[in-house]
Design a protein around this ligand. Structure first.
Ligand code: GDP
Length: 605
């Protein structure tokens, strides 16, 4: 059945192609295709009727509305089929890829970008402050160190960039917005206090993002400091110190007495060397927005961290759907500079509005490119995401590789957390599997919600409640927190969510065929196919295919069914009738109308 369908579609494609090529003999246009475009806009650009585009897609088995957004690939295909010349507007990703297609000779190690995490009061801010101040040469730029959201230090020829907002909340929020800006996490654990809930959360967030951890065991100046105890506690969380035969770098420091800060820097540098953070220093710059503000006097200011290439004064750029020309670059020492190398945090003036933290930042060749890309992005934002592609349509028919259902489970006690974890690991299926990215004890927090968003995860609260802030954030971000107090209900829910990732079984049954004998025009109803049912029956709600010389030329739905000018619900084998088909009138004598019904059965685990 499926192969017949495919063969028919192929023939149909050829027919449509010929028809469209016929039409296109009139004018062949160059059609600009952005990353996503609505059916209406594409039809406008081709000077075709929207209905022709919809009809064409319908013939391909793809149902769309006039306002549906099409992906560039789909739009390009259509433009060719309609006989025009598609010109793809370059995708941001392609531009970035091109920028990143760096020449080997330009590749150099860039400084690592570091985020400091850990439990409250363990000394994150102190570590960030002491590292920053130890590096500020007194009197340099009037001794002013700007707080621009990140800073860079230099130690023995090695540069390191630190994000100024400590903690995993900001880190995961950035991920939720699609940006990975951290190469190394420094986990600060107070030697007199030990591993605490936020220490564990930090470990889990860093692991979920696949970012290596360097442990700074802080407050080692205190008499009751017990670094060995910390190392033993961290074992439980799979952070194994080198002296315990593991590979996690751990340094015993004191932010207060500045003990071993140089060793901490060495450990971060070593971890960065392992990561081999090479990038092209010569190409046009790309970066990520860290924060942004509207400054009275200076206008919109964005702090960005350059990730590739060299940013120069005068560069044209886009950032999200904003654009601009770099009017000034100010570094973390408050100095005006002319260019910024990879991993450098800088403030930028010249953007045409407030950027969003987490937005990308891409330097383009000229003003026109920057403007066009920014306009396209603004347009896409208006039209909504998830443009339609043939791939998304086809996914229902093709075998998928294994899907994963990401899970975040917060529970009341260790026992329930373990029991749920064990039970979840028993759920096995060929096409979909559960993946616990965080299983922890305690109430659902804002960071859990952000992590759920960043990882597209299902968030389950077992015998615990979300905090007020988490509840509010979940509502705003449209993240569902599912609360349970019975384990098998949790499992049922997980299975249901996993089942949702399975494509449904779609079965098609042919219920009848009719032969077109005559075409009539009826006022109010348009063209009616005067037909005789030759098999089964046709109903007024049937889906139908119009078949001409063995090829499907249209697939749609019955509009109205007539017998002797009366509207009827069904017509049986041997009877003559009039049939209209929704949005279709180009019937011909001897066409076959095939009526079918589709049933789709949801599969479950
Ligand atoms: P954060 O909440 O993790 O950012 O922690 P803070 O940096 O604010 O530090 C919390 C408290 O611990 C402050 O009172 C600091 O002065 C103190 N503190 C931080 N580092 C050290 C240290 O190495 N030794 C001692 N004795 N106290 C420290």
């Amino acid at each position: 059945m499926a192969s017949v369908k495919r063969a028919r579609q192929k023939e149909l494609k050829n027919i449509n192609k010929e028809e469209n090529q016929e039409n296109s003999k009139v004018i062949k246009r160059n059609i600009n295709i952005p990353e996503a475009i609505t059916v209406r806009e594409l039809a406008n650009r081709m000077a075709e009727q929207s209905s022709s585009v919809i009809k064409f897609l319908f013939g391909m088995g793809v149902t769309v509305t006039i306002n549906q957004t099409l992906a560039a690939d789909t739009a390009e295909y259509l433009v060719k089929e309609f006989g025009h010349n598609p010109i793809r507007e370059e995708k941001a990703e392609e531009i970035i890829k091109k920028i990143k297609e760096s020449r080997a000779e330009n590749l150099k190690n860039r400084p690592p970008i570091v985020t400091v995490m850990g439990h409250v009061d363990h000394g994150k801010t102190s570590v960030l402050d002491v590292l920053r101040s130890s590096n500020v040469v007194s009197g340099e730029f009037g001794g002013i160190t700007q707080h621009i959201g990140a800073y860079q230090i230099e130690s023995q020829g090695n540069k390191l960039t630190f994000i100024d907002t400590p903690g995993h909340a900001a880190f995961t929020e950035m991920r939720a917005r699609g940006s990975k800006l951290t190469d190394v996490v420094v986990l600060v654990v107070a030697a007199d206090d030990g591993v605490k809930p936020q220490t564990v959360e930090s470990i889990k967030h860093a692991k979920a993002a696949n970012v290596p951890i360097v442990v700074a065991i802080n407050k080692c100046d205190l008499p009751d400091a017990d670094p060995q105890k910390i190392k033993n506690q961290l074992l439980e969380h799979e952070l194994i110190a080198e002296d315990l035969s593991g590979d996690t770098l751990m340094v015993e420091i004191s932010a207060k007495t500045k003990l071993n800060l140089d060793k901490l820097i060495d450990a971060i540098v070593l971890q960065a060397e392992i990561l081999d953070l090479k990038t092209d220093f010569e190409s046009k710059a790309t970066g990520i927005v860290l924060e942004s503000k509207i400054d009275i006097g200076r206008g919109p200011v964005a702090t960005i961290i350059v990730t590739t290439g060299t940013l120069k004064k005068g560069d044209f750029f886009v950032s999200g759907f904003r654009w601009g020309k770099v009017r000034a670059i100010i570094n973390d020492k408050g100095a005006n500079i002319n260019d910024a190398l990879p991993s450098t945090p800088v403030e930028i003036l010249g953007i045409n509005g407030a950027a969003k933290s987490g937005d990308d930042f891409i330097v383009l060749d000229n003003e026109k490119e920057a403007k066009t890309l920014s306009e396209n992005r603004a347009q896409e934002r208006k039209e909504g995401k998830n443009p339609l592609t043939f791939a998304t349509q086809e996914s229902a028919f093709t075998d998928k590789s294994t899907e994963e259902l990401n899970l975040i489970i917060k529970s009341d006690v260790h026992g329930s957390s373990e029991a749920i974890k064990n039970a979840v690991s028993q759920i096995k299926h060929d096409e979909v599997k559960p993946n616990i990215i965080l299983s922890d004890i305690g109430m659902v927090t804002e960071t859990d919600v952000t992590l759920a968003k960043a990882s597209n995860a299902v968030l389950i609260a077992f015998n615990v409640k979300p905090s007020k802030e988490a509840k509010k954030l979940a509502e705003n971000e449209n993240i569902k927190i599912s609360s349970y107090n019975i384990i098998y209900e949790v499992l049922d829910y997980i299975k249901k969510k996993m089942s949702g990732l399975l494509s449904p079984d779609v079965k098609e049954t042919i219920i009848g065929t009719a032969q077109i004998l005559e075409i009539f025009k009826v006022s109010g109803a348009g063209k009616v196919a005067g037909s005789k049912v030759t098999e089964g029956e046709i109903t007024n709600v049937s889906e139908v295919r119009i078949i001409r010389d063995g090829a499907v030329i249209y697939t749609g739905k019955v509009g109205t069914l007539f017998r002797e000018k009366n509207q009827v619900k069904e017509v049986s084998n041997g009877q003559e009738c009039g049939i209209t088909v929704k949005d279709y009138m180009d019937f011909q004598k001897n066409d076959t109308i095939e009526a079918f019904s589709k049933t789709s059965t949801e599969r479950s685990i």
